[in-house]
Design a protein around this ligand. Structure first.
Ligand code: UDP
Ligand code: MG
Length: 318
């Protein structure tokens, strides 16, 4: 028997949970009729929801013994949810997916075939369109992937998602990365392995609203850059060298002007410009240093990535 664990991070998902559960039930029944050697477990992570999500999960796990849940003591973010899921999943294969049906369960049978029959370690979807998303958001996303792939050695695939079907081996590799500042798109790619990308058109959320504001997404993309690239640190040296060069040329120009043409140099504006320019550069570079320092600070604190306040009885018995 092979166990497939399905991890679903949930934050205020009371509207879509019943829809998700129904869809998933159909797929699980279909897969069990096709393969008689598989079992499922559904592991929901309640990420500090403020609505009835937890209550619904309690009821689901009472009625369906395949359903397990872990409830956090507060909202720790989706990254923490996924990590908790991976740590607690018992399966030989592990699936991570969203609760809002933007990751259609109908892909799971194909993913299973790719991984169990065709020798892939991971199957994942890649959106080829960003239908239903605002233009500005798409533009920023595109730029982010461009910049990220220029300055980081870890490839971040445009449109790749957290919807993944993985082998136990890959899950263990991901769990071995215990960093506190987690950027999963980078982590999935950093561990390597043989990944199958299934392309599909973007699907809109079945119900409820997204928890990701534009600002949150923007900060998350910066998180990605600081977690997977040290290029911004080198920027400080580069800017330093550049401004030295500019200053040097400037000096030569002034010397020639004064000696050859006898022009008097305008002191005040020149000095003000130089002060503002160099001052700005220095603050900017100190800011970048500060970013890395703060990340290092958080890592050295060795805080747990999440805190559990409640689980279903299956996990508490463990
Ligand atoms: N999510 C979570 N914690 C959070 C925010 C989101 O566990 O702090 C979950 C959410 O319940 C959903 C998934 O992460 O299952 C994706 O969230 P959402 O649909 O809001 O993001 P989007 O699809 O817009 O990227
Ligand atoms: Mg969504």
């Amino acid at each position: 028997m092979k166990l497939i664990s399905v991890i679903v991070p949930c934050y205020n998902e009371q509207e879509v949970l019943p829809l998700y559960y129904d869809e998933m039930n159909k797929i699980m029944a279909q897969m069990k009729s096709e393969h008689d050697d598989i079992e499922f477990e559904l592991l929901f992570i309640n990420d500090g929801s403020k609505d009835n999500t937890l209550k619904m999960l309690r009821e689901l796990s009472e009625k369906d013994k395949r359903v397990r849940y872990i409830s956090f003591s507060r909202n720790f973010g989706k990254e923490a949810g996924m990590y908790a899921g991976l740590e607690n999943a018992k399966g030989d294969y592990v699936v991570i997916m969203d609760a809002d049906l933007q990751h259609p369960p109908a892909f799971i049978p194909d993913m299973y075939n790719y991984v169990s029959k065709e020798g892939y370690d991971c199957a994942t979807t890649r959106r080829v369109s960003r239908k239903g998303e605002s233009k500005i958001r798409s533009w920023f996303a595109m730029k982010f992937y461009k910049i990220m792939n220029k300055i980081s050695q870890t490839e971040i695939v445009d449109g790749a998602q957290d919807f993944r079907f993985m082998t136990r081996q890959m899950v263990d590799a991901i769990l071995s990365m215990k960093e506190y500042n987690r950027f999963s798109k980078g982590i999935f790619s950093w561990v390597g392995f043989n990944v199958k990308y299934i392309e599909y058109e973007n699907v809109e959320r079945a119900a409820g609203t997204t928890a990701w504001s534009f600002w949150k997404l923007f900060m998350y993309s910066l998180e990605g850059i600081f977690a997977f690239s040290t290029a911004p640190l080198a920027l400080a040296s580069l800017l330093g060298v550049l401004s030295c060069l500019v200053a040097f040329i400037w000096i030569i120009v002034i010397i020639i002007k004064t000696l050859a043409f006898g022009e008097s140099v305008q002191g005040f504006p020149t000095i003000m410009c130089a002060i503002f320019f160099i001052g700005g550069l220095q603050l900017f570079c100190t800011g970048i240093l500060g970013q890395y320092l703060s990340k290092t600070y958080l890592e050295t604190k060795n805080r747990p990535i999440y805190i559990i306040s409640e689980t279903d009885k299956n996990t508490s018995e463990k």
